[in-house]
Design a protein around this ligand. Structure first.
Ligand SMILES: Cc1cc2nc3c(=O)[nH]c(=O)nc-3n(C[C@H](O)[C@H](O)[C@H](O)COP(=O)(O)OP(=O)(O)OC[C@H]3O[C@@H](n4cnc5c(N)ncnc54)[C@H](O)[C@@H]3O)c2cc1C
Length: 426
């Protein structure tokens, strides 16, 4: 690639970076799509693209690659009680998600961006290049320099761009760590498991068994660690015990040690809090912006959506792209992230409280109205949900969350960081 100046350097070509590069390239921008990995590459994930992710793909005019449709979700509480959360078609999203491996999905998106005209560059962004007080590009490992008018940080939860641009407060960010493996056992419905390794001592997270795209299943376990980046190994250590728990409840056909391949782990940065999503000419998207849902760990839909919003802000309002992007993120994700992030801050260090809440959910979830409302609320599907009792319950949950989180420091952080956007839907 030539060393001449570009319009945009997108660092990271996961779902967020590829979506941004696709929109920019289609608008005629000169855009580099930089990734340290060579594609196709794997990524630790439950491999489920949710309904809003599918909506973004169809709005971008992309025929999604063939996956396995997944709808209703089974949740098992700590005592073994089960709840079925319905998945219902919305006014703006389908009534299902899709199971597809990240090897396939991420390569498909990156190919679409490259076909649209984005220039693929292999290399690790190592050192920011400064022009006066602003970042003007990156020097890649190996020495190549990329200069651009805008930099989009799409380099995942532990984003180097976010750190080097001074946009992340690591002590305030909400971290999680999750591991996953593949097993040959097949499952009909995606299963989520709230687990108490000891009675009334629940883990602040959950485990899962999700249908695999071609048979078999993706099995994993993740937990919230608040600001503690050293606690991730706890998830890896607990994983074998979690698999035994699954076997005891009949969800793994084979003994765990024979059925489980090598686990792959990864960080999640959740609920936006602690990361300023844009300043000057640097915009963060996807996990780099901390957009993972703090309640259920979904991040692909937010990655696709934020990639598109950042690209549209650069194309539509180059003089105030950061401000435009922050406002559209607030419109898309508040008040949900404020409520969900605060809930995580309050619960994560309290195993008894988590145990009480998950036991309660498993009981109240026997009511259809509550199960439907819970499904809409925690999947962040209220916007575009069809008018019915489930939506009313989800609205009540959101409203109660808004009222109870209004006086918190988290609410103040959102108001300060997202400025006017925070008033759009609160
Ligand atoms: C175990 C686990 C299970 C999950 N399950 C689900 C799920 O089922 N559904 C769901 O929606 N979400 C899930 N998530 C979250 C989801 O994986 C992320 O939200 C999603 O991958 C975010 O996409 P992204 O493009 O922002 O980042 P990523 O997909 O992480 O892509 C970042 C890219 O940046 C590149 N990169 C990093 N640093 C540099 C650098 N310095 N220079 C150049 N390139 C760099 C990386 O190679 C990578 O390709 C899960 C996460 C984990 C850890």
């Amino acid at each position: 690639m030539s060393r001449s100046r570009l319009d945009v350097a997108v660092v990271g070509s996961g779902p967020a970076g590829s979506a941004a590069a696709l929109v920019l390239a289609r608008a005629g921008a000169r855009v580099a799509l930089v990734d340290k990995a060579s594609f196709p590459r794997d990524k630790a994930c439950g491999d489920i693209v949710g309904p809003r992710g599918l909506r973004v793909l169809s709005e971008l005019g992309l025929d999604r690659p063939a996956g396995r449709d997944v709808g209703d979700v089974l949740v098992m509480g700590p005592t073994g009680r089960r709840v079925r959360l319905p998945s219902v078609e919305g006014l703006t999203y389908p009534g299902h998600g899709t199971a597809i491996t990240r090897v396939e999905f991420d390569a498909f998106l990156r190919d679409a961006a490259v076909m649209a005209g984005a220039m693929p560059v292999r290399g690790r962004a190592e050192e920011p290049l400064w022009d006066g007080g602003r970042i003007d590009g990156y020097r890649l490992a190996g020495g190549q320099r990329i200069h651009a008018d805008f930099v989009i940080g799409a380099d995942g939860a532990t984003s180097h761009v976010a750190r080097s641009a001074g946009l992340v407060d690591e002590k305030k960010a909400l971290w999680g760590f999750a591991v996953r493996s593949y097993v040959s056992t097949s499952v009909e419905l995606p299963l989520i498991v709230f687990w108490e390794p000891a009675p009334w001592r629940a883990v602040p997270g959950y485990g899962w068994v999700f249908p695999g795209p071609g048979g078999g299943a993706n099995v994993g376990f993740g937990l919230a660690t608040l600001s503690d980046r050293t606690a991730g190994t706890r998830a890896a250590r607990a994983f074998p015990h979690f698999l035994e728990h699954l076997s005891r409840h009949g969800f793994l056909a084979e003994a765990p040690d024979r059925s489980v391949g090598r686990p792959l782990g990864g960080w999640l940065k959740m609920g936006l809090i602690g990361t300023k999503p844009a300043a000057g000419r640097v915009l963060l998207i996807g996990d780099a912006a901390g957009l993972v849902n703090p309640l259920q760990g979904e991040g692909i839909a937010q990655a696709l959506g934020s990639g598109r919003l950042a690209a549209e802000a650069i194309v539509g309002a180059p003089a105030d792209a950061a401000g435009r992007y922050r406002t559209s993120l607030a419109a898309a994700h508040l008040p949900f992230h404020r409520v969900a992030a605060t809930l995580q801050v309050v619960m994560a260090g309290r195993p008894r409280a988590v145990a009480s809440l998950s036991r309660l959910l498993a009981v109240v979830g026997q009511l259809d109205a509550f199960a439907g409302g819970w499904s809409i609320f925690w999947n962040e599907l209220l916007e575009g949900a069809p008018a019915n009792l489930h939506r009313t319950v989800a609205r009540l949950m959101t409203w109660a969350g808004q009222i109870s989180t209004a006086p918190t420091s988290s609410a103040a952080w959102f108001a300060d960081t997202l400025a006017n956007g925070s008033r759009l839907r609160s």
